[in-house]
Write a new protein. Structure first.
Length: 165
């Protein structure tokens, strides 16, 4: 499996994580096994491990979907800049002409869109680590505190994003 394919699979897993977090543990294991194409065995997780996995996987899944929303907003605002937010061409990037502002915003919005797969892939790797640690009892310990920090940071960023001027 190439590095690019591993990144795309991890990003895909991050997006799947929110609905899968509420599925049975058998479905969670099967999805993890199929997406990453590697063995994943359940080791009779206790009810508290399953509940903790549901909570943390849903939290990181919400963060993943927020990243997807931000990526789509950036893509659409870049591609359709004059129609969506082009009210001050004089002070916009690439201004003062309409062609210049659209070119700069389109280049950034469309050009940077593929890079959004990188934070999604990171979220997917954290999700896989959570599944391994909590459901399989074989994974590393770091996904537990990292998922809490990511969710706290994502919640703070979401609140700031809602209150932007």
């Amino acid at each position: 499996m190439t590095k690019r394919e591993r990144i795309l699979r991890a990003a895909y897993y991050a997006v799947l994580a929110l609905p899968i977090a509420f599925a049975s543990i058998g479905v969670r294991a099967r999805v993890t096994r199929r997406v990453f194409r590697e063995p994943f065995e359940l080791r009779a997780p206790s009810p508290w491990r399953t509940a903790l996995h549901t909570l943390l996987a849903a939290a990181i899944g919400l963060l993943s979907w927020f990243a997807v929303v931000l990526a789509v907003v950036a893509l659409l605002r870049g591609a359709f800049y004059p129609l969506i937010a082009g009210n001050d061409l004089e002070n916009s990037w690439g201004g003062p002409s309409l062609a210049g502002t659209w070119a700069v915003h389109a280049a950034l919005g469309v050009g940077l869109f593929p890079l959004w797969s990188l934070p999604l892939a990171a979220f997917g790797i954290v999700q896989r680590g959570l599944s391994q640690r909590l459901l399989s009892r074989t994974g590393p310990w770091w996904p537990l505190p990292v998922s809490l920090l990511l969710f706290a940071g994502g919640a703070a960023f979401f609140i700031a994003w809602l209150h932007q001027a």
